[in-house]
Design a protein around this ligand. Structure first.
Ligand SMILES: *Cc1c(COP(=O)(O)O)cnc(C)c1O
Length: 444
């Protein structure tokens, strides 16, 4: 397992994060346990702030769908970043963390009436309008509230980035945004200009996730700038802001070669400025929305190893006390992860095993084929790069309580999400009186 952030191996041969011995953390807080490396999370925020805000005056907003809770919102605020939320729940979390609402951007392809009202009520910075239905709805709700909603239009620019390549066209078939190619986007702009309670600030696109090919960002910037020009020519509207999304790739597994944030910023901003100059237009204010590349590398999950099943000549299954409930990504899209034995990290690898979760699904496998020292029940397994899309995608399948999360920094760990208990699992269950076993005589 590659050591990231503040990870070190201490004198006991244990993995340490933020100066905390992970074997001790497992003892103190139980497993599974999410450990967030606060210094690394903050450093990732600062890399973005430097590369985009200090260098180009761009705004960086953290995609809270990757990991959102009160402590994380507070840290993001301290680091001077904004917040991208995609639901009333994420917006509520931001509000409860006292996040400045003018730096909140509200996304989503099917925001409800309640969510739109909430966004206006909270006075979020921008509402990212995804479609014409939402545009009409928001205009009506804003009129009722006596407000002018500040919006950006989400566009589908026909640039689809993949991990190592990108496709220039053919992303018309997407549930997100207004299509550029067929004139849908242009007519939406014209519609915005007719509506009394809508103030159009600019355009948004997001071309994908876990991207290593930085040229795709340059291309997206150029396509968006070309759209700014054609709207200027055809509708007399000059966009002030361009939100170019997130998606920078991170290290999960030995094939991954993440690119520095600074390179990403330079490639994208240079392309944008060049286009603006070519068109004789001012450079719009740029916004970027990184999620995974801030939260992902800062998270590590600790598990306790239990049952081990060796099928000679076939495979050795090593089961842990979590799995798809706390990390659905391998089951959802075959994501690959690295792991180590946190309590015996200096020992030589001795065998290839597969890490199984404890859910009643054959697909609940965290890692197929990982090299480890000879494993024993009771060992602590650490899986790295689990900060993004893990807790936020976690679930209670098999009625497994969600794990706790701690923030590790300066030799200290602090609880930021408490572990669910069994009472939490039945909190929303309702038992109709006629079914209450203490009332009904089942033997009858
Ligand atoms: C998911 C998402 C992001 C963040 O993507 P990452 O790959 O986590 O950086 C940003 N913007 C939008 C609109 C998204 O849907």
């Amino acid at each position: 397992m590659k050591l990231q952030g503040t990870m070190i191996i201490n004198d006991l041969g244990h993995l340490e994060i933020g100066g905390c011995d992970t074997v001790e953390l497992a003892k103190d807080y139980g497993t599974p346990l999410y450990v967030i490396d606060e210094e690394l999370f903050r450093q990732n925020c600062r890399d973005y702030y430097q590369a985009f805000t200090e260098t180009y005056g761009a705004e960086v907003i953290y995609a809270s769908k990757t990991l959102s809770n009160l402590a994380i919102c507070a840290i993001v605020n301290q680091e001077g970043l904004g917040l991208d939320v995609v639901s009333g729940g994420e917006l509520f979390t931001a509000a409860k963390a006292k996040f400045p609402m003018d730096r909140v951007y509200f996304h989503g392809n099917n925001k409800s009436v309640e969510e739109l009202k909430m966004a206006l009520d909270y006075k979020v910075g921008r509402i990212m309008v995804d479609n014409l239905y939402e545009l009409g709805l928001l205009n009506a709700i804003a009129a009722e509230a006596g407000q002018k909603a500040k919006i950006m239009l989400r566009l589908s620019p026909g640039v689809e980035a993949h991990t190592h390549e990108y496709i220039k066209t053919g992303q018309i078939d997407s549930k997100f945004g207004l299509t550029l190619e067929n004139g849908m986007a242009l007519s939406a702009v014209k519609r915005c200009l007719e509506l009394d309670n809508i103030e159009l600030k600019g355009f948004h696109c997001h071309i994908g996730s876990q991207i290593f090919e930085l040229q795709s960002y340059a291309h997206a910037a150029e396509v968006m700038m070309s759209f700014v020009r054609s709207v200027h020519q055809e509708a007399g509207y000059l966009a002030q802001e361009l939100n170019l999304g997130g998606g920078l790739g991170i290290y999960y597994f030995r094939d991954d070669q993440p690119r520095p944030v600074k390179e990403y910023a330079d490639i994208m901003m240079v392309a944008l400025k060049e286009k603006a100059r070519e068109f004789g237009l001012p450079v719009p204010k740029v916004i970027v929305e990184p999620g995974r590349s801030i939260s992902g590398p800062s998270g590590t999950t600790l598990y306790t190893i239990g049952a081990i099943k060796d099928i000679p000549g076939i495979r050795k299954y090593v089961s842990v006390d979590g799995g798809m409930g706390d990390n659905p990504r391998p089951a959802l899209y075959q994501s690959r992860y690295e792991a180590c034995l946190a309590n015996r990290i200096t020992e030589e690898d001795a065998e290839t095993v597969s890490i199984a979760g404890k859910c009643c699904e054959s697909g609940d496998m965290l890692i197929w084929d990982v090299e480890l020292p000879e494993v024993q029940a009771g060992d602590i397994l650490a899986v790295s790069s689990t900060g993004a899309y893990n807790y936020s995608m976690s679930m209670n399948y098999n009625r497994l309580p969600r794990p706790a999360m701690v923030l590790a920094a300066n030799n200290k760990a602090e609880l930021i999400i408490r572990r669910e208990d069994y009472a939490d699992l039945i909190r929303n269950d309702v038992l109709p009186e006629r079914l209450d076993s203490s009332v009904v005589n089942l033997a009858k």
